[in-house]
Design a protein around this ligand. Sequence first.
Ligand code: AMP
Length: 220
Amino acid sequence: MPMAIALQARCVFLGAPGAGKGTQAKQVADAAALAHISTGDMLRQEVAAGSELGKQAKGYMDAGKLVPDEVIIGMVRARIAQPDAKAAWILDGFPRTITQAEALDRSLTGESALTHVIYFAVPEAALIGRLAGRRTCSQCGAIWHVENKPTKRADKCDACGGDLVQRSDDRPEAIGKRLEVYRSQTAPLLAYYRDRSVLRELDANRAPEVVYQELLKLMQ
Ligand code: AMP
């Protein structure tokens, strides 16, 4: 259990796939009791449940492409309106396009406006190794890595004993596409948020504990 901390942030974690946004978001959200809103996790739950939305999204996800803006924007609007997300939250993996960022701006005004956008900077060469070796617990969602963060027993989660799985979009065929989509559709958000003076850059190419401490400072 991480040490409890006081933070009232409404922030976006921005960065390429594999930059460590999800790992850090889980930890900060637990410690500061913020709602952790991961559009990737929400979509994977829809796919697992076999819902209509999940069926629509699966093909895009497996191919490493973005799910259409109108689907994602509706899903996030509904999630942010829920009671646990009124005061403070982390958006992890959203927005990923300028259209999504503009829609978010329109939904958040006055007291609900964004407080920070944290950019997780990691060189592309490091991202490929991080994604290819990533394993996720099918039971509790904990994130591991075959080399950088191995579990005691291969294929079993140290936290809960659940089976570890490789995400279908972490296979080599999809990784290249996801990085290309990031460069062309998501990286322009850096300039978008820099222009609005909310962007804070984090060197995320370091050990997770070091990144976490730095992140807490940036989120104050
Ligand atoms: P993630 O877990 O954030 O890497 O997301 C996994 C996949 O879900 C992405 O490769 C996209 O196919 C889809 N996805 C997640 N968030 C978004 C978003 N904001 N816009 C479009 N597609 C998304």
